[in-house]
Every structure is written in C-alpha cells, then in structure tokens.
Design a protein around this ligand. Structure first.
Ligand code: SF4
Length: 64
C-alpha cells in the first residue's frame, strides 16, 4: 500500500498528524502535509486508512 497526498487539497488541518505522527508531519511554512512514510506496513496500514477517513479535505488517497 502506498499513501498519496494531494498537497493542493490539503488545508493543513492536521488531523492526519494527530492520527499517526509516525506517518505524517506538517510543513512549518503553511501547515500542509508531509508524508514521512509513503509505504506503511503492519498496524500502520490501518492508521493510514484512518487518517484518510478523517482528513476533512480528502487530500489523502491510498493505492493498493
Ligand atoms: S488531515 Fe488532510 S487537510 Fe489536514 S493536514 Fe492532513 S492531509 Fe492536510
């Protein structure tokens, strides 16, 4: 699985970072998403799914 982040859609709400700080960070400039680990494994896979669900701007998509 691979995480794809659309920084153009990201509104910097930070829900993804709150969900899993091991996978996501935010830019210090504008708060947009930085994916720290694009290919999560193990329990981080479910965390990535949860982050995509809670993102208010649907900026995260998951590729099988
Ligand atoms: S939850 Fe969505 S909008 Fe908020 S920082 Fe993460 S990707 Fe951006």
């Amino acid at each position: 699985m691979r995480i794809i982040a659309d920084t153009g859609r990201c509104v910097g709400a930070g829900q993804c970072v709150l969900t899993e700080p091991a996978l996501f960070d935010q830019s210090e400039n504008d708060g947009t998403i930085i994916v720290l680990n694009e290919k999560p494994e193990g329990e981080l896979v479910e965390k990535a799914r949860e982050a995509a669900r809670v993102c208010p701007s649907q900026a995260l998509s998951l590729e099988a």
